[in-house]
Write a protein that binds this ligand. Structure first.
Ligand code: TYD
Length: 217
């Protein structure tokens, strides 16, 4: 690959996207032979991980919604400049756990902030680089929330304390995005059992990577 590929993985809390990514990592490493970079938002580089700590700190319940949005955007910018852009310029495939759509779904649909302003900020932070493919893990709020409460190992953060309504709004946001950008966003039914979600994910990724590697070699 010469140009580099940006693939993002999105979904409401409890969709299982992080576990699925973990599960398919060996396969991705094989398919992408030395060309794979994985990362996450907020975080991925030292400065963005420090911003993540500020956002997710349980003691910061007084945080204003716009402050929160701007911190996510600041973390995104730093991560983009330090890690994502250089990797893409070297022709690597960057797979990211959360990206621009999280801001629209969580801060826009979830917190009710202006969607157009968020999209402008996303564009500003990324210099307009969109993902080549986004896997959206769609899960009902009942299943998503019950998975979070069952998973005692998972880090409990301030955002997990939010109610069912927020989860539903976030899901509605993702569904609206998937409808608005069908050429970029592929929906995976993450309410299924883990093996089926993994199988569906591989079924989307394998031909996508084969096509792009073929085009650019
Ligand atoms: P994390 O523990 O990484 O959750 P997950 O494993 O589900 O990704 O916490 C990230 C949280 O940050 C998650 O609740 C979604 C939220 N988030 C936003 O609200 N806006 C954003 O722009 C991003 C990147 C994340």
């Amino acid at each position: 690959m010469k140009k580099g590929l940006l693939i993002t993985v999105e979904g409401p809390d409890g969709a299982g996207k992080t576990s699925v990514l973990q599960e398919i990592l060996p396969l991705l490493n094989t398919l992408l032979a030395g060309q794979l970079v994985t990362s996450r938002e907020p975080g991925g580089v030292v400065i963005a991980e420090a911003i993540r700590e500020v956002i997710l700190d349980l003691n910061h319940s007084a945080m204003d919604a716009k402050t929160e949005l701007l911190l996510y955007i600041a973390a995104r910018r730093q991560h983009m400049v330090e890690k994502v852009k250089p990797a893409l310029e070297q022709g690597q495939c960057v797979i990211m756990d959360r990206f621009i759509d999280s801001s629209v779904a969580y801060q826009g649909y979830g917190r009710g902030l202006d969607i157009e302003a968020i999209q402008w900020l996303n564009h500003y932070a990324t210099d307009g680089r969109l993902p080549d493919l986004t896997l959206y893990f769609d899960v009902s709020s009942d299943i998503g929330l019950s998975r979070i409460s069952q998973n005692g190992q998972r880090e409990v953060n301030r955002l997990d304390l939010e109610q069912l309504e927020l989860h539903q709004q976030v899901r509605a946001g993702y569904q609206a995005l998937a409808k608005a950008y069908p050429e970029r966003i592929v929906t995976i039914d993450a309410s299924q059992d883990f093996e089926s979600v993994v199988a569906d994910t591989v079924q989307v990724l394998r031909p996508f990577l084969a096509k792009h590697q073929g085009e650019e070699s």
